[in-house]
Design a protein around this ligand. Structure first.
Ligand SMILES: Nc1ncnc2c1ncn2[C@@H]1O[C@H](COP(=O)(O)OP(=O)(O)O)[C@@H](O)[C@H]1O
Ligand SMILES: O=C(CO)[C@@H](O)[C@H](O)COP(=O)(O)O
Length: 487
């Protein structure tokens, strides 16, 4: 039997690195590896980039295909600020996407230029997550570290550069910086935050390689390395996502997104106007508190994560890390509506509801990006061929998608059918599809469609629980303490 052509796709996410060795012909996963990351949450949310490199080496070696793989690509957690000195070593630990210390800097940037300006010029209104706000924080709070920085990278760029020696990024991950435009970094943003464009990597055109593996890494020297991309863009590739198909990802972050042909421009800041890893757009809303926050509530209650009970009047907003959607960076968790007969299982269900609510509330805005003004999303009404159909299943991915309580919560609060792709690790699969595309010359999303990665059972729609949605919306709008975390 002929040997398969094998590529490796890597997901370097907040909590861990996962690597898959994939047969480019069939999409079959031939080997897997995983290594955990440490996140330091004492002051903000930080990780040492060197440990991502060690984790990459461990996870790739564990696939069993490191010395035979014919290409590799990395999907990485978005937005993180990696600062390197002249010798290429981290100046300090990376500031992660969920570090909200940069909220004041983000607010200043929005106030100075105006939200409309950001939406029109950059496609996104920056929040604390965006790399531009993090660099502004570093300049303000640690000027000596900012001065010592000779290169600024995103998490996946840092790893690609360690593999290849080339400072290269892609349009998808770059679009989460807050300075990227299709025509190059925005000079007014870079000037305002005091960032020299010479510190930034080149943005490689879609489909071109970043370079070849050097000696001293996990692969055979000379192995082609694709540019990689942000983890959400990689998951979109991994699903072979088509325009208008909605995705809900339940991981460390919660995200809701689709592929759009129109560049997003939401001045409210709810929908980030990211680019995808091809030539389209990826309108996306993101929450900071998702699976980890709900698991933490289950632990506090001393319950298994599946031990939920229906009913009751409690609202639990699990904003343990502050929140990004809605924009409440200083919030802490909130419990409201307790009664004598409230059960622990109802409290746990309320945590799932509180975490899912904001993502589902943002879904219509995400899907509206390709919809011409004056049309509606209702099936059978006026609109373009891309008009989203509410009966179209929501693709549910990420670690949480495996949990029945998450699945039921999403069906109950969305009123939509939910599709569960049988393929796991869609970020790593998307990276593998990008690596395979280097070898076969196909577009990466077409590779994933050929692999059938989105195939899986569809759970029918449930009647939407509007009473719970209303109760959560009222609690958020009427609780002033959420602005300050109750301090
Ligand atoms: N069977 C399961 N049921 C519910 N949640 C799960 C299950 N397995 C994993 N998870 C959740 O998935 C999360 C990890 O998701 P993942 O998408 O891998 O994270 P990341 O965003 O770091 O890539 C964990 O925090 C855990 O709570
Ligand atoms: O900030 C965002 C998206 O804008 C997050 O989705 C990060 O990309 C983190 O991803 P995970 O570690 O949860 O996969």
């Amino acid at each position: 039997m002929a040997h398969p052509q094998v590529v490796i796709g890597v997901d370097s996410s907040t909590q861990s690195t996962k690597a898959l060795a994939v047969d480019t012909g069939t999409g079959r996963v031939l080997g897997e590896g995983r290594a955990a990351h440490r996140v330091d949450s004492r002051h903000g949310q930080e990780s040492d980039p060197e440990q991502w490199w060690d984790a990459l080496n461990t996870a790739v070696a564990a696939t069993g295909w490191a010395d035979r793989a014919q290409a590799l690509a990395i999907g990485g957690q978005q937005h993180g600020l990696v600062t390197l000195d002249a010798a290429g070593r981290p100046v300090r630990p990376a500031l992660l996407w969920n570090d909200v210390r940069s909220a004041p800097q983000a607010a200043e940037l929005v106030q100075e230029f105006g939200a409309q300006w950001w939406a029109a010029e950059l496609g996104s209104v920056p929040g604390a997550s965006f790399t531009a706000a993090k660099w502004a924080w570093l300049r303000a709070r640690e000027p000596a570290n900012a001065d010592r920085t000779a290169a600024v990278r995103l998490p996946h760029d840092y790893l690609t550069e360690r593999l290849t020696g080339h400072a290269v990024t892609d349009r998808g991950d770059a679009s989460g910086t807050g300075w990227w435009t299709p025509d190059g970094p925005h000079p007014a943003v870079l000037a305002r935050i005091g960032l020299d464009p010479a510190l930034l990597p080149a943005v490689a055109p879609t489909g071109t390689p970043a370079g070849r593996a050097r000696a001293g890494g996990p692969l055979r020297p000379g192995t082609p390395i694709a540019t990689g991309t942000g983890d959400n863009m990689a998951a979109a590739l991994g699903l072979g996502l088509t325009a208008g198909a909605p995705v809900l990802s339940l991981g460390t972050s919660g995200t809701v997104y689709t592929v759009a042909r129109t560049r997003p421009a939401d001045p409210t800041g709810t929908v980030a106007g990211f680019a995808d890893a091809l030539d389209n757009w990826l309108p996306l809303a993101c929450t900071l508190n998702c699976t980890l926050a709900v698991d933490r509530i289950a632990t506090l209650l001393g319950r298994d994560r599946e031990a939920v009970e229906p009913g009751g009047t409690a609202v639990l907003l699990p904003y343990l890390d502050g929140e990004r959607t809605p924009a409440l960076p200083h919030a802490s968790g909130l419990l409201h509506g307790l009664r004598h007969d409230t059960t622990a299982g109802q409290l746990l269900q309320a945590a799932y509801d509180g975490a899912a609510y904001s993502l589902l509330a943002a879904l219509d805005d995400v899907l509206a990006v390709d919809r011409p003004a004056g049309t509606t999303s209702a099936a059978g009404t006026a609109g373009s061929a891309d008009t989203p159909d509410p009966a179209q299943p929501l693709l549910l991915i990420g670690g949480g998608a495996q949990g029945p309580a998450w699945q039921h919560t999403v069906r109950r609060l969305s009123g939509r059918p939910v599709q569960l792709p049988a393929a796991r690790e869609l970020v790593a699969l998307g990276a593998a599809a990008q690596a395979a595309a280097l070898l076969t010359g196909e577009p990466a999303d077409a590779v994933a469609r050929r692999w059938g990665t989105a195939d899986g059972p569809v759970l029918p729609a449930l009647e939407r629980d509007d009473a719970v949605l209303e109760r959560i919306a009222t609690t958020i709008s009427q609780t002033a303490a959420l602005q300050s975390g109750g301090r």
